[in-house]
Design a binder for this molecule. Structure first.
Ligand code: AHR
Length: 312
């Protein structure tokens, strides 16, 4: 990083002259689409040229995109890493040519933290914990069998969201996770996996709550619950993360119960940090945290109104 700092100081770059390459995960969820659209508007606001590569949920595509950004000599690279391991070689290539890398919304596991400048992320363990705490309170000692729809296997957010929820229910033996499987953060997979959970659990009658690592999977699950002749939000409670408009609509219809909001504006704080770094060498904090909040049906209308201006 220090070699990067001196080169940033030697030649300050104006935002309007900057090109940033963004290796995006894909378009698996409504939240992801909003993150991409906010990244575009945040870049436009600053006059930054943003090149986006869609990784279609595959790390190899993302690595190829990063290599291509390096070859093009961009001023910085943003990566929303689909999984948390396997990034060292390509990050070393970026470091060797002095291109700063920012991670958006998901973290990575690397020994050498200087391989990236900062990660802009929520506290993903807290997200899971908030849903778990809500459920513990809601159950008030009553038994509850939970089915879990996990995010993409190997993604930091899926690992952390599982951890937070599991920790929150750990000391309440009345609440148990009875089934857990990945729905890959998509609506269709969430529905499919929920259908199989329902079949396996006495047509859903053994299930008290579905904990989905994102809203799209929860919305798929809600559909599956309805198709099984049960009432989502009542017969089977739901808790999920993101805050996409459809989950607040489901809350207003009484079909969803708890939601943790994740801001889609991950690029804005990264652009701010990058601009300062390129202007005067200010090294940003390693982790730039976004705000995490739990919302309940009483908040759904105001959340829905708020979302209109947020890239959805
Ligand atoms: O990394 C953030 C997660 O990725 C979002 O919660 C989910 O919707 C997306 O696919």
């Amino acid at each position: 990083i220090s070699a990067m700092v001196s080169s940033a100081l030697a030649a300050p770059v104006l935002a309007a002259d900057m090109t940033v390459g963004f290796s995006q995960v894909g378009s698996e969820s409504g939240w992801r689409a909003a993150e991409t659209s906010v990244a575009k508007s945040e870049a436009a606001k600053r006059g930054i040229t943003l090149k986006i590569a869609d990784g279609q949920q595959k790390q190899e595509n993302q690595i190829k995109a990063v290599r291509s950004f390096i070859a093009q000599g961009v001023d910085a690279i943003f990566i929303a890493p689909v999984v948390q391991t396997g990034w060292e070689p390509v990050l070393e290539e970026a470091k060797d040519v002095g291109i700063p890398v920012f991670l958006l919304d998901r973290a990575i596991v690397v020994k050498d933290k200087s391989l990236y400048m900062s990660v802009v992320t929520a506290d993903n363990v807290l997200e899971g914990r908030l849903i778990g705490d809500w459920l513990v309170k809601q159950m008030n000692g009553k038994p509850c069998n939970v089915v879990e729809l996990q995010g993409t296997v190997g993604a930091s957010v899926a690992i952390d969201r599982k951890k937070g929820f599991t920790e929150a229910i750990a000391s309440t033996p009345n609440i148990k996770i009875i089934r857990s499987q990945s729905g890959d953060f998509t609506r269709s997979k969430g529905k499919e996996v929920m259908e199989s959970f329902i079949k396996a659990e006495n047509n859903g009658k053994n299930i008290c709550m579905v904990y989905a690592h994102n809203d799209d999977m929860a919305i798929g699950a809600i559909q599956a619950i309805k198709e099984a002749g049960l009432k989502p939000g009542k017969d089977i409670l739901t808790g999920s993360i993101d805050g996409v408009p459809d989950i607040y609509k489901a809350m207003l219809a009484g079909e969803a119960n708890a939601n943790v909001e994740l801001t889609p504006n991950m690029a804005g704080p990264a652009f701010d940090a990058l601009e300062k770094f390129k202007q005067n060498g200010t090294v940003p904090p390693k982790v730039i945290k976004t705000v995490t909040r739990l919302w309940l049906p009483a908040d759904a209308q105001s959340q829905l109104d708020k979302k209109k201006d947020m890239g959805y």
